[in-house]
Design a protein around this ligand. Sequence first.
Ligand code: CA
Ligand code: CA
Ligand code: CA
Length: 461
Amino acid sequence: MFRKLLLAAAALWAAVTLSSCTGFSVVTEDLMDPPKLTAEQTAINNALKQSVISSTIRLKYPKTGDYRSSFVFHDIDGDDEQEAIAFYSVESSDYTRVSLLDQKEGQWVAVYELPGASEDVEFISFANITDNPADDVIIGWSSPDQEEKELCVYSMVDNTLTLQHSETYSEYILDDLDRDGRDDIFIVHKSGNSRSASLLQISFNGYEVDVVSEISLSDAIVEFSHLITGRFRSDSGQKALFIDELISGSSYATEVFTITSNGLIPLISWEMAELDLEEEQPSEELKPTLSLYEQTIRSEQVFCTDINNDSVVEIPISRSLPGYEDEELAEADKLYLTQYSHLKDESFARVFSAVINRTAGYMIRFPENWIDNVTVVNQVENGEWRFIRYNNELKHSLNDISEELARIRVVSQNDYQDKFLENYIELDVKGLFTYYGYIPENVTSDLKISAVELKSMFELI
Ligand SMILES: [Ca+2]
Ligand SMILES: [Ca+2]
Ligand SMILES: [Ca+2]
């Protein structure tokens, strides 16, 4: 019972974490009950109905993003009062239409109306893209019949919500990467054999939005797993776009770009890897032979993130823990050591290395002398992780725990049966779960750690 609870909670936790960190959500309007309308929403709904010829309208909801209501409030004309944007379709068509409503003498009225680009609203977002004093509106459109999604940028020009630019996309992210006070739109796109990253900004006249830079991404990309922007080095405020990608063979890799006045500039790129490989006889100085991109290729599903909250994004370089190198091992049984790294002088500098227990929601940072020397044995019956010295001669005997250094166990509050926690120390608590650590007595190893050290190595994720 306890294990089932733990697994269910872990799965839920993983689902929540995954959707919040990737921003890719799967909520559809079919799964959502239409929310009850407030008095204001009812007034807007009535104004909308009055403005439409068709007697029946169907409200539509953005599927992902910060705004999930069919009425979205934002000041888009710069008068410091919020307008309402409504999404709806009429009976005779699946196409979504956009209505802009404003308050006139205290009453909501529809003031402008335009057709959307497709059937479904993926997201709506607001950003400062153009020189227009008010925020621009960005809407993602999709259709069940089409693989391609479309990102449209609209601005209020002369009281008219005007389409500035539309571009097909797979995933997008908004940030002011070049810190010029205007948001930049990054689009990654997979279509047929082409995979690319594009930067959308205003052109020189201050109002037209267009692709100002485009760069090709690894042709092995199956899908985009995770996008994030942030600083990439601790000694500079310069920011980058980090793209984690699923590549063929169920492996992950990372490409990283920054922007300058010349557009997108690769920091880690598949194309650089190609250049390295084309080098006919690389000199000794040009080694290590693996490009930065190749070093990011990994089986572990782990993505770029600011894992230590120092406002610099860490890039995960992952490899099997000692004893888990066998490619025949089932993915579920594999354990990895993840090296979180920063870019420094065109190579990776380790921030720290850790093992991550995704099911139980914690990681253990490895001390320097544990790397390559310590591995983990998972006790399947209670999910306890045992940290042992890895003996090269015991390749097939991971259960030989003669030199055990530490254990981590997670126990549910509801589990009163567990009587084997004598000498365990409490490390942390999360919801119904308590995390315990244990240091075996009489360890004489040079790899020995204290309970205090174990506590500082432990972190909830
Ligand atoms: Ca306004
Ligand atoms: Ca900018
Ligand atoms: Ca960081």
